[in-house]
Write a protein that binds this ligand. Sequence first.
Ligand code: ATP
Length: 287
Amino acid sequence: MKISIKAPAKINLSLDVLHKREDGFHEVEMIMTTVDLADRIELTLLKENRIIVDVSEGFVPNDSRNLAYQAAQLLKDRYQINKGVHISIKKNIPVSAGLAGGSSDAAATLRGLNKLWSLHLSIDELATLGAYIGSDVSFCVYGGTALATGRGERIEHITAPPPCWIILVKPPIGVSTAEIYRNLKVDQIDHPDINEMISAINSSDYENICKQLGNVLESVTFKLYPEVQRIKEQMIRFGADGVLMSGSGPTVFALVKHESRAARIYNGLRGFCNEVYAVRLLGERYY
Ligand code: ATP
């Protein structure tokens, strides 16, 4: 038996950090939404009691360091599963890019194995389990658009933003999320107005959504990797409606309403960077 599942990337429309907690994590408030750029996960039931991971990108680990592997192991341990699975991952989402590719692969594996191993877990139970793998996994279990709080694992669904184009540009550098958080000065943060962003989304006010985009990690990444800031400036120059870095970067995304302008920005940025994607926002929940 074989199951094939899409694992879409996320972007952060807002990312705020409130403080550093005693457990070392940061207390965050984020608005996340999914976009139509997805890895493809194929799960095949194995008779032998083992987990095998196959990844299309050579530099992504194919052992217990892979987040999809960890998702399968978690379910096996928790529910005493004596069956095995072959996990094949076709990566389309850039790696270490601030787009939660690994988390989305883990979330898709949880959803898929729930079916393949007939576990009958609810989607909320899968999201709760996801938090043991990583802070973004819970959101990725549901997809859609949500306010994520705590360390990112507490999810409140909100309505989808109005449809638009998303141009994603991934500069040729990998950014370590831990490094960016280490360099963040929590007492010097200029906080985005998350409530105003939620009300802009609720009222489908595209202009105000573009205005409210904000990510407190941007200035940290820009300082360490000035080329990321230059990409943002180029996208603004090419006429994007709104531009923001996603997560801890280095991917920068633009919101664009009109297709012709999206094409202009896409073509313009291709002159500076190899990894440019033009996709649609996928703000509706898929589960
Ligand atoms: P986040 O925004 O959650 O920090 P990211 O998009 O910046 O995530 P990922 O692409 O998820 O970063 O990769 C982060 C790290 O996780 C990399 O070091 C990568 O080797 C490892 N990793 C483990 N499993 C996967 C996977 N299935 N796909 C991609 N990377 C994975």
